[in-house]
Design a protein around this ligand. Structure first.
Ligand code: SF4
Length: 341
């Protein structure tokens, strides 16, 4: 039997989904912060091959009752609507219990479709889009070479919602550096207040040295933020988001405060209070938590109160300072973050 082809990436929330690869890589592949598919040439998989994979996975997993499926790789919406409808048809036929079929979607791939095409896709089962808007700022979208502007982000988000799809928007905190931190918070909140997606998934930026943004850091045009400064940016962003029926999530290991999650209608004050609790820590405890979190000693803010973990973090901190007395913790934490993506 031939092997099923599986792509390298899926969103964290799709960890128990059936994975079906419809494209290889990313057709844009030019964002200055992203190295996910850099070494991979983009191609669309022949439809017969993809359907063969679906049939084989149905055989392999005949005892597993999948209720969700994620279409890989970077942006399945770039495919023609007819192609996608064929794939959805095969999925529904081989996996009749699927309740969610999801994919990554670039904003400009969504706006290239008509509303009735999006509605047809949703009716055929494609009912959740993960969109990497990253920011609502035109200035930052240009800086990171995202390939579209904020008006496309807003238009695509509104179209997906109007088509009845579930919409997740990924946000990058720290993607504007120190220079554009407040701009990132304000413009991203402004765009999301119009779109009102179902999920706002925030990620802290980890800048890879080999990326173009890494080059900007080295030439001094982009200044890395400390972990505390990224939290301050998150506070401002969250404050500027209006109450809406959206779930706000820190879900990735790369985020410092994993407990900041909840519904923006009902839990905003509680989420801000967690951020405030971190910001009000004495400076040495704040740094200890940050470094301990990055070294996977702490998981949640309350772990700071656990004596054994506190001691372990202190010992690690002393070792770091002994070996590198002039260490820049913003650089160290970015280094660890970029290794986690
Ligand atoms: S961030 Fe998304 S759109 Fe940009 S290069 Fe990476 S996969 Fe492609």
């Amino acid at each position: 039997m031939k092997n099923v082809e599986i792509g390298p990436i899926r969103p964290p929330s799709e960890n128990s989904s059936l994975l079906i690869r419809v494209t290889r890589g990313c057709h844009w592949n030019k964002c200055y912060f992203c190295g996910l598919y850099k070494s991979m040439q983009f191609s669309m998989r022949p439809i017969e091959e993809t359907i063969e994979d679906i049939a084989m996975q149905a055989q392999i997993y005949h005892e597993k009752n999948f209720t969700s499926c994620f279409l890989q790789d970077g942006d399945a919406l770039v495919l023609k609507t007819d192609y996608l409808l064929h794939i959805l048809d095969a999925l529904n036929c081989y996996f009749p219990n699927l309740q969610y079929i999801t994919t990554y979607a670039r904003a400009d791939s969504i706006t290239r479709k008509t509303l009735s095409e999006l509605q047809a896709l949703r009716q055929a089962g494609l009912n959740h889009l993960y969109c990497g808007m990253e920011t609502g700022s035109d200035q930052i979208l240009k800086l990171i070479n995202k390939g579209f502007q904020a008006d496309t982000v807003v238009e695509s988000g509104c179209m997906a919602k109007e088509a009845g799809m579930i919409l997740s928007e990924f946000i990058l905190l720290g993607i504007g550096g120190k220079e554009l931190s407040e701009e990132n918070a304000a413009a991203t909140a402004e765009a999301l207040n119009i779109i009102r997606p179902d999920y706002i998934r925030v990620h802290a930026t980890g800048i890879k040295p080999e990326s173009k943004l890494g080059e900007f850091v080295r030439n001094g045009s982009f200044t890395l933020q400390s972990e505390e400064e990224i939290v301050v940016e998150q506070k401002s962003f969250l404050q500027q988001l209006q109450p809406m029926d959206s779930f706000y999530i820190n879900e990735h290991i790369i985020n410092l405060l994993l407990e900041v999650r909840g519904n923006l209608q009902t839990d905003k004050a509680q989420m801000l209070s967690v951020i405030e609790r971190f910001l009000q820590l004495p400076p040495d405890e704040k740094l200890l938590f940050t470094v301990g979190r990055r070294l996977n000693i702490f998981f949640l803010l309350d772990d700071l109160k656990k004596p054994a973990l506190h001691r372990q973090a202190e010992e690690s901190m002393q070792k770091i300072l002994r070996e590198n007395p002039n260490i820049d913790f913003a650089v160290l934490c970015n280094y660890i973050r970029q290794s986690q993506i």
